[in-house]
Design a protein around this ligand. Structure first.
Ligand code: F6R
Length: 613
């Protein structure tokens, strides 16, 4: 989840690489580094710093350096803590080779053992091993390409790296296995980065390195080859993208801006899906007949995306009558797999780059199964590798805590469940239209209820709950996965220990945690039977002096009375309850973290795009 950037060309590279890193800092922010060859005499110059990119910028201001070729890195620590020594770039003993890397070299221990004695290691990282190994291989092989192929044959794991070799000052050396890496083609200049957003605005001509390939780039040429050394044709894509991420539109944090963008994002997503007409089928890689014949659905994802899929399970089972499973990508990969030919596998990921989700998709594809990617990033690896894809239109999400990506995933899946139901003639075209209308209505509710409750949250509630040490989140039926998402939102930005439970499980253990100090968030449901069960759970909590914050729907007075604090929501279409409650839930978590003066957009230890397993 580190980011790598590189440049070779006619321009000075320091500012543009630092700008590229600032766009990719969402991928990791434990440390940062930059290296270039001096424009005068090709001397290696570098700076690295623990902490945020801003600290590297300060270092570069104090020690100016620049050149026409350079590399940069922001780090999310995997091997070794955030120190100057562990920051990238890493070097070989003679500082001939500089390398920036995203991924994990799994056999680094063995390689380090082989190199010890002949090489001096200064960091704890797996990456430094690659620098020393490559330097040895360069001494053994006649060409850079042969040394690179020998390197690829020796290292195991996931990697995207960019190497700067002082002895070849006009070229950068790239290799990719499982981690993303792309090249931007400019006029007399080449860019390399983990994500093309790093060079958006400079060029829109992009080569995404296929998996298990290497490239040698000069300012006006690219050599691409596989790990056997076979040259590969370049597939140059025109990527239509713009960098808008830095703007916060007057909000203090990206997260707040993104919370407020949800109505627009849901509209954009639903409208674009509705406008697809029959192109839907080619996009998801199925014929209409195949879609009618689907016997089961499996969703695979992580974190918030997994929660969105857990919510959507109710849509597909209740509306489209398709048995649905929701799998955690990181677990699925190590469990027995029983492929079903008429099943459809949907990999769900905001970024489209999550390593566990990608690996799970590859596994399913290798079994010959049909796959769809549901993602927010059209240029992502998931889109390129899945059999078909559907896009959410949340716009770029900058805050690490997912907000609008989550609500658009839920909206897109609600739409898709209805669309499949229409195809299977379970619902009529009028009901399909009503479903779209319901999504627009709930988007409005999401926004209106933030307005309704924002003052009490800011002025009273955030202060009241910010210093709690733990919180419990309860739901039933579709509000249970929503409770898990709410718990994740609070814990990741406020660091308050938060746990989501199915309310019915309370008496099987978690009730022992209930006391007057622990806030219990309870998410209601409109179904009368489920509602009554939730009321009973609330009574159990109150009987033990528990403190309840209830999210209820209009007319649910009994639950309202049991609550110490209640948020009341207008009634919405059945199954859209979680979307109605999403805005207030996220705003509440945001304000608690703000009250604690925490770095909301970049919480400690986390990163936006989880490209390591
Ligand atoms: C939490 C959050 C994460 C991501 C997870 C998967 O707010 O954003 O839990 O949902 O890391 O990421 P994607 O959706 O990019 O695959």
């Amino acid at each position: 989840m580190c980011s790598v950037v590189g440049y070779v060309g006619n321009a000075y590279c320091k500012d543009l690489l630092v700008e590229g890193l600032s766009r990719l800092e969402y991928r990791g922010y434990d440390s940062a580094g930059f290296a270039c060859l001096s424009a005068d005499d090709n001397r290696l110059m570098y700076a690295k710093s623990p902490g945020r990119l801003i600290q590297l910028k300060e270092l570069l201001d104090k020690n100016p350096m620049d050149g026409f070729i350079g590399i940069g890195h922001t780090r999310w620590s995997t091997h070794g803590t955030s120190t100057q020594e562990n920051a990238h770039p890493h070097f070989d003993c003679k500082k001939r080779i500089s390398i920036v890397h995203n991924g994990i070299i799994e056999n680094h221990h063995t390689l380090r053992g082989d190199l010890l004695g002949k090489h001096l290691f200064v960091s704890d990282t797996d990456t430094e091993v690659v620098a020393h190994l490559f330097e040895s291989l360069c001494a053994q092989y006649a060409t850079c390409k042969d040394a690179l192929l020998a390197l690829a044959a020796r290292i195991e794991g996931a990697y995207a790296f960019i190497i700067l070799d002082n002895e070849s000052p006009d070229q950068l050396i790239l290799a990719r296995h499982r981690s993303p890496l792309c090249i931007g083609i400019g006029e007399g200049q080449m860019y390399a980065a983990s994500d093309p957003i790093a060079f958006a605005g400079k060029t829109n001509k992009v080569v995404f390195l296929p998996d298990a390939t290497c490239a040698i780039i000069k300012k006006d040429s690219i050599e691409l080859f596989d790990f056997k050394g076979n040259f590969l044709p370049l597939e140059v894509k025109t990527v239509d993208f713009a960098w808008l991420g830095a703007e916060k539109d007057g909000h203090e944090h990206h997260m707040l801006k993104e919370i407020y963008e949800q109505k627009r994002a849901i509209h954009a997503t639903v409208s674009s899906l509705a406008a697809m007409g029959d192109t839907l089928w080619s996009s998801i890689g199925l014929t209409k007949e195949q879609s009618r014949a689907i016997t089961s659905l499996s969703f695979i994802g992580c974190g918030t995306s997994w929660h969105a899929a857990r919510i959507a399970q109710f849509f597909f089972e209740k509306i489209a009558r398709i048995p649905t499973r929701v799998l955690l990508a990181s677990e699925f990969r190590y469990m027995p797999f029983f492929p079903e030919q008429k099943s459809m596998y949907v990999a769900i990921s905001q970024s489209g780059e999550t390593a566990d989700t990608l690996e799970a998709l590859r596994l399913v594809k290798d079994m010959g199964m049909a796959t769809i990617a549901l993602t927010n990033v059209a240029s992502s690896t998931l889109v390129r590798e899945a059999g078909g894809f559907l896009l959410t239109h949340a716009g770029q999400e900058m805050a690490v805590a997912s907000t609008k990506a989550f609500s658009t995933q839920v909206a897109a899946l609600y739409w898709l469940a209805n669309r499949l139901a229409l195809e299977k003639e379970i619902i009529t075209p009028e009901q399909m239209q009503a479903a779209e209308h319901d999504l627009f209505v709930v988007a409005q509710v999401l926004e209106d209820t933030i307005e309704l409750y924002k003052h009490i949250i800011v002025e009273t509630l955030a202060k009241r709950y910010a210093h709690k040490t733990k919180a419990i989140f309860l739901g039933r039926h579709i509000s249970y996965p929503f409770a898990m998402e709410a718990a994740l939102k609070l814990k990741e930005i406020s660091y308050i220990f938060s746990q989501g439970y199915p309310a019915g499980e309370l008496k099987h253990g978690p009730l022992a945690l209930v006391d007057a100090e622990t806030p219990i968030f309870l998410f209601s449901h409109q179904d009368p039977l489920i509602y009554q069960k939730l009321v009973a759970n609330a009574q159990e909590v109150k009987a033990r002096s528990g403190h309840i914050i209830a999210f209820v729907f209009e007319g649910q007075d009994e639950l309202c009375k049991l609550a110490d604090q209640a948020f009341v929501f207008p009634r919405v279409a059945p199954l859209l309850e979680p979307l109605a409650m999403t805005g207030v839930m996220q705003f509440f978590a945001y304000q608690v973290a703000k009250e604690l003066e925490l770095p909301i957009d970049k919480p400690r230890n986390l990163a936006k795009s989880v490209t390591v397993e």
